[in-house]
Design a protein around this ligand. Sequence first.
Ligand SMILES: CC(=O)N[C@@H](CCC[C@H](N)C(=O)O)C(=O)O
Length: 373
Amino acid sequence: MDTLIQIRRELHQIPELGFKEFKTQKYLLDKISQFPQEHLSVTTWKTGIVVKIEGSNPSKTIGWRSDIDGLPIVEETGLPFSSTHEGNMHACGHDCHMTIALGLVEALANTQPIQNVIVYFQPAEEGPGGAEPMVNWLRAERPDLLPTEMYALHVAPEYPVGTVATRAGLLFANTSELFIDLKGLGGHAAYPHKTRDMTVAAANLILQLQTIVSRNVNPMDSAVVTVGKLTSGTVQNIIAENARLEGTIRTLNAEAMADVKKRIEAICSGIEASFECEIHIDYGAMYYEVNNDAEAAKKLLDFAQEFEGATAYECPAAMTGEDFGYFLKGIPGAMFWTGANCEYGLHHAKINPDEELLAFNTKFVEQFIRSVS
Ligand SMILES: CC(=O)N[C@@H](CCC[C@H](N)C(=O)O)C(=O)O
């Protein structure tokens, strides 16, 4: 079997959640230790890894970032190399991202680049967010490991393999997680008048939250308020004392995020009054938008236009979130979507990226990084 495919399948079997990527880190360190070490220096940070490849005549330092965490999803692909970590799955392509980054390190370790290159294996992209604390650590303690220019990719199920899709400016949205706890008064199902039913309160709250995008956000603007999980109650004949909503907010800028949060808080106050309950809101992790440097995005698209097997596509922005945005806040660079040609979308229990993307991207990324001057 092709080595890249084997690596991807081995990583696919051991998905771990944010900041718990212990086996993943060990696996990556083991692979990196098998490459020629002459120009490499390897540093760990929490469950992440930073690999610096010394250039032969450097005038700059190019960064490449891969995320390494999985999601709390029960895999339903039926693949022979399915997750062995019950309840966790690489359903966002990070197994592919890591394989490509390892391929890049191997290629550069074998043939020294002219520029310095730093490859970041970053934990916790799906939550609670590893990029912001990693960047803070680099700034405070290891400024020598900060790049002058920075790139990353993300698999895109909807595009054929070979598609390199990006744009200047905003590529991914500002995000904020959303956790809302409701507390009322439980009791016997036959005596609703003696209770404060949090299943009914939560149902009303979800419907009212949907009016933020339809009735508060300017139709010429965009936002998302998604409730991905609702839990309430204990059994069928007890009225629920507690309910919890888990969701995410997406906006195109930071001001719109503040406006959406104000509306959520106002709606929650209304629910508290009408259902005689207490509500607690927690915004969890927030991700800064991915804002591509225009020159860096152009470099990627121009390179893709000339690269055999690639299709360069200037794509629209998406409401996806990516904490790579924290790297790009202070370092010019760009992220791109790479075609993964699969039926199911990101975060789906049946997602199965086309493994052809591994060889294509390992070559594309290596040659692109070598071309940056
Ligand atoms: C590429 C991708 O799917 N990213 C995730 C990032 C999650 C951010 C955070 N946990 C949240 O839910 O707001 C995404 O869901 O877009």
